[in-house]
Write a protein of this length. Structure first.
Length: 329
């Protein structure tokens, strides 16, 4: 009955009018109705009722008997046998449509793909950006497991970490789109549980960073061929990237340095205050920093430090670029 589940997800959750279709099916479970009777019962105009009836008939959720004014509609056998599936879908629709928390997520992440999953990791809602990023239309995804998009190992690890930490997790991964294109994305998975109604599930945000990743590769190549010692630090002064020139003046490889804290490597409370000031003020700064470290063969040279804040689209500092220049006396 996976196809029935997918059809219900698409018709009730993925299209407008899902609430009215549920009401129609609820009435038809009690007895058969003609179009005029349903129009009066649900206080909807005749054309709206007929539109929904035609769609429900197309997906074999209802049957009909009689002709003309005597034509009536009732649930199909497969809908009768699996009516509990509709009840569960109704609960999910109420969760999606009435929760301010979920609507807030949609508004905040409108340019990113938003995918809501039930407790079984089946997809119950997608936004327009999900199609733009993945290539999959909502009818391709609704009712299907998240494995359609993410490798099982990846999504299982994400789910386990979310439940263990009891907070959202973020990870950069590669996904394959419907067309077969590989995209570099950042996925953010969170768990939701609404008190009182028992609804549980997961929200998945997918941000396409393919272009940024390609630009970063070019930038990294340029940095690695520079004699200037360079590093990119996050707001905690952890090393996100270092070039070869920087690594040569430490006891570590560039790969080993990533994740280390700059001031764990080179403790200096006064200089840390300067770094923090650049973050708070958002303005670049250059300082003489000959005490940063002592490169071999450079005993008679001074080292000058340049700090450049990196800002996001909201003009908030998100990191620092540290450049170190050897200057002869």
């Amino acid at each position: 009955m996976s196809s029935l589940k997918q059809n219900l997800s698409y018709l009730m959750l993925g299209q407008r009018g899902g609430e009215n279709r549920i009401k129609i099916l609820e009435h038809l479970k009690e007895r058969s109705y003609n179009l005029n009777q349903l129009s009066n019962e649900l206080d909807l105009n005749y054309r709206t009722i007929k539109y929904h009836i035609d769609i429900l008939s197309e997906y074999d959720l209802i049957d009909k008997s009689g002709e003309g004014y005597g034509k009536v509609y009732f649930l199909s056998p497969k809908m009768e046998e699996n009516y509990d599936m509709l009840e569960r879908m109704k609960g999910k629709l109420q969760t999606v449509s009435k929760s301010p928390k979920l609507y807030e997520k949609v508004v905040e992440q409108i340019h990113d793909a938003l995918i809501l999953l039930d407790e079984n990791k089946d997809i119950i809602l997608t936004n327009k950006s999900a199609e733009e990023i993945t290539g999959y239309k909502d009818e391709d995804l609704l009712g299907k497991n998240i494995e359609t998009l993410l490798d099982s190992d990846i999504h299982q690890d994400l789910v386990e970490e979310v439940l263990r930490r009891d907070e959202f997790v973020k990870k950069m991964i590669n996904i394959e789109t419907k067309s077969g294109e590989t995209k570099n994305v950042i996925v953010t998975l969170d768990y939701f549980h609404f008190d009182g109604d028992g609804d549980k599930g997961f929200s998945l945000i997918i941000k396409d960073v393919t272009r940024e990743a390609e630009q970063r590769e070019v930038l990294n190549a340029l940095m690695d061929h520079s004699e200037v010692m360079m590093a990119y630090l996050n707001l905690d002064f952890d090393l996100v990237y270092v070039n070869s020139a920087y690594a040569k003046n430490t006891d570590h490889s560039p790969e080993e340095l990533v994740g280390m804290n700059h001031f764990d490597l080179f403790p200096d409370g006064e200089k840390k205050k300067i770094f923090q000031g650049v973050i708070e003020e958002g303005e670049p700064k250059s300082i003489e920093d000959s005490g940063l470290f002592e490169p071999e063969g450079c005993d008679d040279e001074d080292i000058y430090c340049s700090l450049e804040p990196v800002k996001n689209e909201k003009d908030s500092v998100k990191g620092l670029v540290l450049s170190l220049f050897k200057v002869p006396p």
